[in-house]
Design a protein around this ligand. Structure first.
Ligand SMILES: Nc1ncnc2c1ncn2[C@@H]1O[C@H](COP(=O)(O)OP(=O)(O)OP(=O)(O)O)[C@@H](O)[C@H]1O
Ligand SMILES: C[C@@](O)(CCO)CC(=O)[O-]
Ligand SMILES: [Mg+2]
Length: 329
């Protein structure tokens, strides 16, 4: 039995545009998904997701993933909940050359689902690591990231970047531009505050929406390119440790994402509350549509402002997690 964990993330800059080859800077945060994999005597896959927002569920699949779930949950929800885990286990079987390996998989995650904090990437990274180790194979973090990217690409219908999965595997702040993925060293202390509206967005649908706009309007394509410009400028501000400028650029990045139609009333409300609470800057994080915003604030003004904002369900500080995927004792 092996348990591995991997962190969620916030985007300092660049979500969505990264899908079209612009650079992005996601940062791992100290909120983890823990996945335990235990080899079974047969080729079945049994998944126990204790704190999925569907109140937890258990599903038993046979080797080709066509078995009948033993719980009474709507089919689409199950499919969605199972897709990532299934594909992650397939990657582990492939890496260990054990096509018939069956597993009992248990997921415990502190990362809200579909809220822009990279729950899918964290679950997939931890699952690949735990399942391959259980089969006696140790992959390095870069290979786990690469395999997890293939899972996200598959489940998100061929529209995914390497950003979330690379960040979760490596930890820290990273820079991703197409296939070029690297860690950013010597990042200043980034005082992240996260506001969560309790909702979620559909990553696949939101990415498809941006793609359609981009194809329809040149100015939407220009907006995506402008996000790339913000990110490049942001990298300089990050290297200089200039938090004021980082904040200003986060505000700009949010405006551009909003123009691309991926914000929402509550995300906007939280962004404005953060700014009125004297945040250095604030933006939505991840796919958008609902879920989380991230603000930069070394003081407690943003937290206080968000606590009094209608639609904001919880507020927390998020520390940069310099550690990526790891085995848990
Ligand atoms: N605790 C969990 N147990 C099982 N599956 C999970 C868990 N957390 C996430 N998932 C899977 O990840 C999916 C959510 O992924 P999605 O990409 O939509 O959102 P996200 O990764 O949280 O946000 P974003 O990609 O915007 O950062 C869920 O529908 C589920 O399939
Ligand atoms: C919206 C997106 O850029 C980030 C989702 O966390 C999609 C992706 O990069 O795969
Ligand atoms: Mg995701």
């Amino acid at each position: 039995m092996v348990t591995s964990s991997a962190p969620g993330k916030v985007y300092l800059f660049g979500e969505h545009a990264v899908v079209y080859g612009e650079p992005a800077v996601p940062c791992a945060i100290e909120r983890r998904a823990r996945v335990t994999a235990e080899r079974r005597g047969d080729d079945k896959l049994r998944v126990n997701a204790t704190d999925l927002t569907l109140d937890g569920f258990t599903v038993e699949y046979d080797g080709d993933a066509t078995g009948t779930p033993d719980v009474d949950v709507a089919e689409p929800l199950l499919e969605e909940g199972m897709g990532y885990v299934n594909e992650a286990v397939e990657q582990a079987r492939d890496a260990a050359d054990a096509p018939d390996a069956g597993f009992d998989v248990t997921i415990e995650s502190a990362i809200p689902l579909g809220a822009g904090l990279g729950s899918s990437a964290a679950v997939v990274i931890a699952a690949i690591d735990a399942a391959t180790r259980e089969l006696g194979v140790e992959l390095d973090a870069a290979e786990i990231a690469d395999r997890a990217y293939r899972v996200e690409y598959e489940v998100q219908d061929g529209q995914a970047s390497r950003a979330d999965t690379f960040c979760s595997a490596m930890g820290g702040a990273v820079r991703v531009e197409g296939d070029d993925c690297r860690r950013i060293e010597d990042v200043p202390n980034l005082p992240f505050v996260v506001g969560y509206d309790g909702g979620s967005g559909d990553t696949g649908a939101l990415v498809a929406g941006v793609r359609d706009l981009r194809e329809e309007y040149d100015f939407a394509a220009d907006t995506v390119a402008a996000i790339g410009d913000v990110v490049r400028r942001g990298e300089q501000a990050l290297a200089a440790g200039d938090l004021e400028e980082l904040g200003e650029l986060m505000d700009f990045n949010h405006g551009l994402l909003s123009a691309l139609g991926v914000s929402s009333r509550t995300l906007d409300a939280m962004v404005w509350a953060a700014r009125e609470g004297d945040a250095l800057g604030a933006k939505l994080t991840g796919a958008g549509g609902g879920g989380c915003i991230v603000a930069l604030d070394p003081d407690d003004g943003t937290e206080t402002a968000l606590r009094y904002t209608q639609g904001c369900e919880s507020v927390f500080r998020a520390e940069l997690d310099t550690e990526g995927v790891r085995v848990e004792p």
